[in-house]
Ligand binder design. Structure first.
Ligand code: NAD
Ligand code: ZN
Ligand code: ZN
Length: 235
């Protein structure tokens, strides 16, 4: 969804004007900020010299406007922008996870390393389908292997917090994506996105099991990198 704005309008919303560009290179195109953008793609013309460089309002990193527009056009055009240097997210980041279902329930057993609580089991189910314009090969089918995928969290205060944030990540289509599996090498298939899940319950044969004392903090950090944090998702 473009929210009715052109890519240039979306990008400008997050930018401050820069009157005198510094003697530095734009890290998107590697050309000097004081000169023109090195990006010469379709649909990026018509940007006047006066507004050719912008500063991202929150983090302060500067780029050619044309380069940011090109970067935005390469993404899923959801109205958000992520600074390529420091990863600060402007707007609400969403992904390209295909349609499916996320369910969870508590099971009355403890995970290794969490003897004092029960366990939350999350069940993700995504059927195969046809890729949309937000996917690598629009119009081509994608496969979906190993679904339903079962994942486990301790039913502790922190585990429930992670669950709440994972539900937000699911709604924003950030848990899975379509691409090439690094495990199997298969392309055009549903793959885990940047948020790690534990898919083994009582053992740790794959490395995706318990015990793993740092797991919940790692997941909170990975969710934060997707723009999902505890402060904005209080119950
Ligand atoms: P991937 O291999 O591209 O890896 C993406 C991320 O997911 C990486 O961070 C990786 O560490 C993590 N990951 C890989 N295997 C995982 C697992 N078993 N549990 C939790 N995290 C895992 O992503 P992918 O192709 O979505 O993941 C491969 C996994 O998918 C397989 O190990 C299996 O669980 C499942 N799968 C099952 C079948 C099947 O026929 N049963 C087929 C393909 C994949
Ligand atoms: Zn540039
Ligand atoms: Zn930045």
């Amino acid at each position: 969804a473009r929210k009715g704005k052109t890519p240039e309008e979306v990008v400008k919303r997050y930018l401050q004007k820069v009157r005198n560009p510094p003697e530095e290179d734009c890290t998107i195109c590697m050309e000097a900020l004081s000169g023109p953008s090195g990006y010469k793609g379709p649909g990026v013309g018509g940007i006047s010299r006066a507004e050719s460089v912008g500063r991202l309002a929150q983090c302060g990193h500067q780029y050619h406007l044309q380069c940011l527009v090109a970067m935005y056009n390469n993404g899923n055009k959801d109205g958000s922008l992520q600074c390529p240097t420091c990863k600060t997210i402007y707007g609400v980041k969403t992904g390209n996870q295909p349609p499916g279902k996320m369910e969870y329930h508590v099971i009355p057993h403890s995970l290794p390393g969490h003897p004092d609580c029960k366990t939350i089991r999350i069940i993700y189910n995504i059927p195969p389908g046809i890729q949309g314009p937000e996917h690598p090969n629009p119009g081509k089918p994608f496969t979906a292997r190993g679904f339903p995928r079962h994942c486990y969290l301790p039913d502790s205060e922190k585990g429930r917090k992670v669950l709440r944030l994972l539900l937000v990540a699911w709604d924003r289509r950030l848990i899975f994506s379509v691409g090439t599996s690094s495990t199997t090498g298969e392309s055009d298939t549903v793959i885990w996105n940047e948020v790690h899940h534990k898919t083994e319950f009582g053992s740790n044969l794959t490395g995706h099991g318990y015990p793993d004392p740092g797991h919940l903090d790692n997941v909170l950090e990975e969710l934060r990198a997707q723009g999902i944090n505890e402060e904005e998702c209080l119950p």
